[in-house]
Design a binder for this molecule. Structure first.
Ligand code: NAG
Length: 289
């Protein structure tokens, strides 16, 4: 009896050890904001929580705020956990994106891969995605989310390799943009940095309505500052296309059957706007398939 008791005790200790080890492994993988990112505007509207493992950006009448990665990347899998403002935040845009330039120069020929929350009032929350490929973009898609993004953190991710760009929401691929450069479709190729921001999107993000500043400040929370990306070391950019980087390997050259199913489901049920249905004649990729 005593013997069995000892055995059970031993098992328990082992289990506890395994559980703790996995917790530490997860925590250990979390890096602080400062390691990979820096604030680029609205310093007074940035607050650090959880020892720098969470960042709160806020916007009021005087300013919004934004941060960017210290380095630029030429391929990778970029993701962040985000919780958007829990108020009627029409006109306030919370964004997570990759861009080849600083925001001052947007609108010129640049590359960009965007997630944007167009804080709308009362309606199901809409997530807009867009892609700029050496141009002005205009490739908006909008999805109605199947959860309330103001209540909990959710993970928003972008895979960018030589074969495809995939937008993920909590592991579910919601959008795929193939590298069809062989048939003349432009594809993001410039080195990009990772950015998070909250800004005044009036009037385009609010359908012409005004931001209700009585509800300010509006705050968005960001977590997960690890970056899985290939730092662009000119002139050997092609190193960033090496299949030895896990996000470039064969597995990530297209969706697997399970992902394709999830993607089809989300497209059917949650895609509420697609530029191809609207301005498809302006974009070559809309004429493929
Ligand atoms: C897109 O694909 C072509 C091959 O079809 C390749 O040469 C090119 O490097 C790819 N572009 C990027 C940015 O990965």
């Amino acid at each position: 009896m005593l013997h069995l008791h000892k055995k059970l005790n031993f098992c328990f200790v082992i289990l506890l050890f395994v559980a703790l080890a996995s917790v530490y492994a997860r925590k250990g993988a979390e890096v602080s904001f400062q390691q990979n990112y820096k604030v680029v505007w609205g310093n007074h509207h940035v607050f650090f929580l959880q020892h720098g493992r969470e960042v709160q950006l806020s916007i009021d009448k005087t300013s919004g705020a934004g941060f960017r990665s210290k380095l630029d990347y030429a391929s990778g899998f970029f993701q962040m956990r985000i919780k958007i403002p829990n108020k009627d935040s029409r006109g306030v845009v919370t964004a997570f994106y990759l861009t080849s330039r600083l925001y001052e120069h947007m609108g010129e020929k640049h590359d960009e891969i965007d997630f944007e929350f167009l804080g709308n009032n009362g309606e199901p929350h809409t997530l807009q995605t867009n892609i700029f490929a050496n141009d002005e973009g205009g490739r908006e898609q909008r999805h109605s989310l199947w959860f309330d993004p103001t209540i909990d953190f959710h993970t928003y991710g972008v895979l960018w390799n030589q074969h495809q760009i995939v937008f993920y929401v909590d592991e579910i691929p919601i959008r795929v943009f193939k590298n069809n450069s062989k048939v003349g479709v432009s594809y993001p190729w410039q080195e990009m940095h990772v950015t998070g921001s909250i800004w005044n999107g009036e009037p385009w993000a609010s359908n012409g309505k005004r931001i209700d500043w009585n509800q300010a400040p509006f705050t968005a929370h960001f977590q997960g500052f690890n970056i899985h990306g290939c730092q662009n070391q000119n002139p050997s950019k092609y190193l960033c296309y090496s299949p030895r980087l896990w996000w470039n390997d064969h597995k990530h050259s297209e969706l697997n059957p399970q992902q394709r199913k999830a993607y089809q489901y989300v497209t059917e049920k949650h895609l509420v706007y697609d530029y191809c249905s609207d301005r498809g004649q302006l974009h070559k990729e809309c004429q493929i398939n």
